[in-house]
Design a protein around this ligand. Structure first.
Ligand SMILES: [Fe+2]
Length: 70
């Protein structure tokens, strides 16, 4: 789980960075650059969602392996 969380931290950092760069490109009237950066931003968001799915699956698997408290 720690590795997944570390991966998500990196993705969140990238999402914030690319989001800012998209806005900067738009401000500079560089829609061509903004379009490319938006594609990368979308990829980073998809990676974050994938890591969330993996975290949920891992947590559920670990919970199912825990002995019951009875
Ligand atoms: Fe990434």
């Amino acid at each position: 789980m720690g590795l997944i969380f570390a991966g998500q931290k990196a993705e969140h950092y990238e999402i914030a960075t690319y989001g800012g760069l998209v806005q900067l490109a738009k401000t500079m009237n560089r829609d061509d650059v903004a379009q490319l950066l938006s594609e990368t931003l979308k990829e980073e968001k998809m990676a974050d969602e994938k890591l969330t799915q993996i975290a949920e699956q891992t947590a559920n698997r670990q919970a199912s392996m825990e002995p019951s408290e009875k």
